[in-house]
Design a protein around this ligand. Structure first.
Ligand SMILES: Cc1cc2nc3c(=O)[nH]c(=O)nc-3n(C[C@H](O)[C@H](O)[C@H](O)COP(=O)(O)OP(=O)(O)OC[C@H]3O[C@@H](n4cnc5c(N)ncnc54)[C@H](O)[C@@H]3O)c2cc1C
Length: 510
């Protein structure tokens, strides 16, 4: 663990990175920064984690990421389901990989997991601190918050706004957030004491109704009335409004139930024009606001954090190559744009009236054909991501390292996920040739603080067989796929930064 560089001067704390928001994205980012050796303070306005029922789905790529950080044991058993949907049309999410499908984990459980992980790694999470002002200078940022003990200033090399859809950091930094506000909405509630049939995206004549009864007898219901515009709200809808709309759409009376929790969400679609502006960065809902459908909002944000953490850690250590930090915007903005477009398409299919039924019927047929199904399943699961990582035409370049069982050169069973657990890059030598192994180890030696070099063989074939070697970033994406004649040195420099014996770059945040 890097030495803690925080110092206290009156009501000022100095650190390397200040993260605003201890939601799932801020906590994941804080942990990733700590893994990379960066010092981090997280400021969160809420005095305690919220137990509000929000996202409940982790998709395949997020589960793989959690596995590659050793988090799944702590998460415990989670129910999995390969049956997903696209705009309410059933979609089989089965794809090759270690965690195909969707996994049902309430968001408060995910946040508890990430909070414990970040805290255990030494992230300084300060609850009850509301950020109110931001000053960006040539060589640092000052983030001002009001906390239980009064005003506090956190000085850092940069600030990351993980403070949700209505991000204060985004507003204070004046970052553009183009897109459209919600035009339609769903009202959702957990209700005790009602008896209604379970409904999975049921489109009735007057609207869309969803109902799922849980084992504890509470039923989650969601409803949209076709043609009804989104309401500009400053508070959650009241139960009477839900009762009226549910009755108009389904004909059922739920007025005798007890609402435990109720909210409304709409088909807003906005994305920050830049995820990075100098020393100010955005991640998660602060960078993109979307209709929370199919769990994609949360998964998109968690993967922003996994992409940004190690890059920022290298950069604040003044080791990052030119353009490394900007690749966060390039890579994640493009992924976000695509996911948001898919969510808008789903919103049209779900919330439009009967006029959209022929389109749904055609799409339903297409989704039964293999290629279309796999295409959409890969998009929703996050398994289709391919970053532009530079020259080369190997099919694995820019893609996630496919999860594979391995045996190390000295005979120990391991896996690709296990080899990534330290949060370092991975130079995986599969050549089975002692000469090549020595050559690769020598090339990687100057990066040994940031790259784990392992010689192994693949068990049970799969996409890694026949490979000589691969270099994988800490977030699991392949940036070099070797053949006998090539060296990973250029890729090491570009993605993992300067070797440990070269002088750091001045300025720290190019
Ligand atoms: C009511 C609701 C229902 C949802 N349902 C679903 C769903 O069913 N499926 C799905 O995928 N997604 C859903 N989402 C979206 C999902 O919860 C988000 O995508 C996810 O929480 C994003 O995580 P985040 O960390 O980016 O932001 P958030 O979880 O919003 O966390 C932001 C944090 O920043 C803090 N903060 C804000 N301003 C400040 C400030 N000035 N100073 C300090 N701290 C600040 C907040 O208190 C909060 O803890 C829902 C969201 C909401 C609000």
């Amino acid at each position: 663990m890097a030495q803690d560089q925080r110092t206290r001067t009156g009501n000022r704390v100095d650190t390397q990175v200040v993260v605003v928001g201890a939601g799932p994205v801020g906590l994941m980012l804080a942990a990733e920064l700590r893994l990379g050796g960066a010092d981090v303070v997280v400021l969160e306005q809420l005095p305690a984690p919220t137990s509000e029922s929000r996202a409940s789905t982790l998709h395949a790529r997020t589960m793989e990421l959690f596995d590659s950080r050793g988090l799944l044991d702590a998460l415990g058993p989670v129910p999995g389901e390969v049956r997903g949907h696209f705009g309410g049309i059933p979609l089989d999410l089965t794809l090759p990989g270690s965690h195909p499908g969707q996994w049902k984990v309430p968001q408060d459980r995910t946040e508890a997991l990430l909070g414990a992980w970040a805290g255990g790694l030494g992230a300084d999470v300060r609850r009850g601190h509301e950020v109110t002002a931001l000053t960006v200078t040539e060589d640092h940022v000052d983030v001002e918050a009001v906390g239980p003990a009064g005003p506090l200033t956190v000085r850092a090399l940069c600030v990351v706004g993980c403070d949700g859809e209505h991000s204060t950091v985004r507003r204070l930094a004046g970052l553009d957030f183009p897109g459209t506000d919600a035009t339609r909405e769903l009202i959702r509630a957990d209700v005790a004491g009602i008896e209604v049939p379970d409904r999975r995206f049921e489109r009735l004549d007057a609207g869309l109704a969803i109902a799922a009864r849980r084992a504890d007898g509470v039923t989650r219901i969601m409803v949209h009335e076709f043609g009804r515009a989104a309401v500009r709200r400053t508070a959650p809808p009241d139960f009477a409004e839900l009762v009226t709309i549910w009755k108009r759409v389904t004909g059922e009376d739920v007025s005798g139930g007890t609402p435990l929790w109720i909210n409304a969400f709409g088909d807003v679609s906005r994305q920050a024009a830049r995820y990075r502006d100098g020393r100010v960065l955005l991640a998660g809902d602060a960078a993109h606001a979307q209709m929370p459908i199919g769990g994609q909002a949360l998964n998109l944000g968690l993967q922003d954090a996994a992409n940004l953490g190690w890059k920022l850690a290298v950069q604040v250590a003044r080791k990052g190559s030119e353009g490394l930090l900007d690749s966060y915007h390039t890579e994640r903005h493009a992924v976000g744009e695509r996911v948001l477009s898919g969510i808008r398409a789903q919103a049209l299919l779900l919330l439009s009236g009967p006029e959209v039924n022929p389109l749904r019927a055609v799409l339903g047929e297409l989704l039964r054909s293999g290629d279309t199904r796999r295409h959409l399943a890969a998009t929703i699961s996050g398994l289709d991501i391919r970053y532009d990582v530079g020259p080369g035409d190997h099919p694995l370049l820019g893609r996630r390292l496919p999860p594979s069982a391995l045996k190390t050169a000295d005979g120990w069973p391991t896996s690709t996920a296990e080899l990534l657990r330290g949060g370092r890059g991975l130079l995986l030598d599969l050549s089975g040739d002692d000469g090549r192994t020595a050559e690769l180890a020598a090339v990687a030696a100057p990066w040994r603080d940031r790259v784990h070099s392992v010689a192994a063989t693949v068990i049970d074939g799969g996409p890694l067989s026949d490979l000589d070697a691969v270099l994988v970033r800490p977030d699991g994406y392949v940036v070099w796929a070797g053949s006998d004649a090539t060296s990973p040195e250029a890729a090491l420099r570009r993605w993992l930064g300067l070797p440990h014996d070269e002088h750091p770059i001045s300025g720290g945040l190019s």
